[in-house]
Write a protein that binds this ligand. Structure first.
Ligand code: AGP
Length: 627
């Protein structure tokens, strides 16, 4: 795979510039948006530029809604165009929040992928200067700033440099301006942006899927760079306007592979997206002093101080994220925390009062079991915080507040990156409650946040060891049953590892609390029975570590083949393991973020070795919208 570009971030972006005014710019952009929908699909918009200026249409809903709008209000012929398909992170999926965002005078239009962390500050500065906003998005702030700079400099690339220097966070911006019908300017920091090179025309895209149908010649852009394309030129500078060299590469993916970032399946792409999913979920949630600021938590601080119980309601993988959260929240906040399967919670006479905080975890935000549990809890007077990945979803709308995961759209039915993002978001909630209720000192919160910031790189390290895990999976493809053991936070990891294998490879797999084995399940152990064991950090809780080694010995003595997930350096496990899958050292409570990754890779690889469809497993739906 030449020129692999990390496919991160949430939205789909496409820019086109050509010589003559025609319908080509719009058709190129619409074709690209249809391909980019996997990056986000809660609203879409286009802006075209011709001699008379900017003309745009944007619409909430899937691309079909934009197409209908364009049929009703056709755009004129143009020489350049920019398009955007949105995965909302700030501001719900509405027409007003859809991109492009224009400056009040209509002189500049902007589309954006990422999160501008200091948008509040900049918005306030603009409001103080009399600016009027028409959306809740962080993107519109960039539109205002760009227009001001463009009117000052008369040069869009210069304006982009000035604005990019003021933005913090992760962003890819594309901009067009009146009076510049043959120019599109882009800027990127952390979020991706690539250039497509045509004949008498050029392209910009959030990834190569945006233009692979038009050209396979591309330029990779580096961090903190501004790119300006005209029909016959491409120039790249740093944010100070100094020219820099961009790296040419050839896209050797076909269009369908391009949509999956060059991976064969969305499942593999999304496993590889996980460092970004965790990083993006952490982004913008700590203040300058390193303290947590969860602006979107619209539940009063006094109420959060008064709660005396937390009940997590969720299903499937989301419920396992809740189980991980339970260990962390109880340890940090000392608030009794229960985790309930949403479909059970609703029908048992649970004890819920005004002092109960319900945390509803859901990737889709449309799981009917969880929706009904939220409604049931609210009838009992409880406050509900949703931890969801989909803005504007039913659970988000029916909760008192939503703490969004920023995993980007999860296309594969079996959940991976959303799981890690859910764990991350519930950690943030726990730390926020601890900070608010004073059960942790500020420096203790900062220490955990610092450890969390290091987990994306650790996840990446595990991903880079995938070839060995894939080989193990291929060798085991005839396996009929696999058991998974874990203790403490390793127990929900074992449950999730078993679920992944069931969902993807259709074989019997069961997760157990390792301590529970001797109370019955150990009867399952027969000669050659594969057993994964998630071993906790030897530095965290020694008793736990020694206990799980004796659990491993119990099953090995009865013929089990032990496959151990353990921390680098924990050599004590090697004498107990047929195979060790090493993961980087991580504080015990945060270990699930790395320990689950080998199990995801294993399940995906074994299913692929069996020739199964890992993106659309049989009998499953991405969102179970019936009870
Ligand atoms: C996870 O791999 C499964 N697809 C399933 O268990 C899923 O986690 C569950 O249905 C909950 O979905 P939600 O997160 O969208 O609410």
């Amino acid at each position: 795979m030449t020129g692999a570009v990390t496919v991160a971030g949430m939205c789909g972006i496409i820019g086109y510039v050509g010589h003559t005014e025609s319908t080509r710019p719009l058709s190129v952009v619409m074709e690209a948006l249809s391909r980019l929908q996997y990056r986000g699909y809660d609203s879409a918009g286009v802006v075209v530029v011709n001699q008379s200026g900017l003309h745009h249409v944007k619409k909430a809903g899937k691309l079909a809604a934009l197409e209908a709008e364009l049929a009703a209000r056709p755009l004129p012929a143009a020489s350049s165009a920019v398009g955007h398909t949105r995965w909302a992170t700030h501001g719900g999926p509405t027409d007003a929040n859809a991109h492009p965002h224009l400056s009040p005078d209509g002189a500049v239009a902007v589309v954006h992928n990422g999160i501008i962390e200091n948008h509040d500050l900049l918005r306030q500065e603009l409001l103080n200067a009399g600016a009027v906003f028409s959306s809740q998005t962080d993107t519109e702030v960039a539109a205002h700033l760009l227009a001001r700079a463009y009117h000052q400099t008369g040069d869009l690339p210069d304006a982009m440099c000035l604005v990019a220097q003021r933005l913090e966070g992760a962003f890819t911006l594309l901009a067009v301006a009146t009076g510049q019908p043959h120019l599109v300017v882009g800027a990127r920091r952390t979020s991706p942006l690539v250039v497509g090179l045509g004949e008498g025309e050029n392209f910009l895209g959030s990834d190569v899927a945006a233009f692979v149908a038009q050209t396979n010649r591309a330029l990779e852009l580096g961090q903190d760079q501004v790119v300006t394309i005209t029909p016959d030129s491409v120039s790249v500078t740093d944010f100070a306007g100094q020219p820099v060299e961009a790296k040419h590469f050839t896209v050797d993916w076909d269009a369908s592979a391009a949509v999956k970032g060059g991976f064969a399946t969305f499942m593999e792409k999304e496993i590889h997206d996980q460092p970004d999913a965790v990083r993006d979920t952490l982004l913008g949630r700590t203040g300058p002093q390193g303290h947590l600021k969860l602006d979107e938590l619209r539940v009063s601080e006094s109420l959060l101080r008064s709660i005396d119980k937390i009940i997590v309601v969720a299903c499937g993988t989301a419920a396992y994220a809740g189980h991980v959260a339970k260990y962390a929240i109880e340890h940090w906040c000392r608030i009794p925390t229960e985790v309930e399967l949403a479909h059970e919670f609703r029908y048992r006479d649970a004890i819920v009062t005004e002092k109960t905080l319900i945390v509803a975890i859901s990737q889709s935000g449309e799981t009917m079991d969880t929706i009904q549990a939220v409604r049931h809890a609210r009838e009992q007077g409880a406050k509900v915080i949703a931890v969801v990945n989909t803005m504007g979803s039913t659970i988000a709308r029916e909760s008192d507040a939503a703490l969004y995961t920023h995993a980007g759209p999860e296309v594969a039915v079996a959940s991976t990156k959303a799981f890690l993002a859910q764990i991350t978001a519930t950690y943030l909630l726990g730390l926020y409650l601890a900070q608010l209720r004073g059960t942790m000192f500020a420096d203790e919160v900062r220490a955990v946040l610092s450890e969390l910031d290091q987990t994306p790189a650790k996840i990446q390290t595990v991903i880079e060891s995938e070839d060995g895990i894939k080989a193990l999976a291929s060798a085991m493809k005839e396996t009929k049953s696999v058991l998974f053991l874990g203790r403490h936070v390793g127990f929900p990891v074992a449950m999730e590892g078993a679920l992944k294998l069931k969902e993807l490879a259709y074989i019997h797999a069961e997760g157990f609390a390792a301590g529970e084995l001797k109370h019955g399940p150990i009867a399952l152990i027969d000669q050659g029975q594969p057993v994964f064991v998630v071993v906790p950090s030897p530095r965290g809780r020694d008793a736990l570590h020694d206990k799980i080694l004796s659990n491993i010995e119990e099953v090995r003595a009865r013929g089990a083949v032990t496959l151990v997930v353990a921390e680098e350096g924990d050599i004590a496990v090697t004498e107990f393991a047929e195979r060790v899958l090493w993961v980087p050292q991580t504080p015990t409570l945060l270990a699930p973020l790395v320990a689950v990754v080998p199990l995801q890779i294993f399940a995906c690889a074994l299913a692929s070795a069996k020739g199964l469809d890992v993106d659309q497993p049989r009998n499953l739906a991405k969102s179970v919208t019936v009870e």
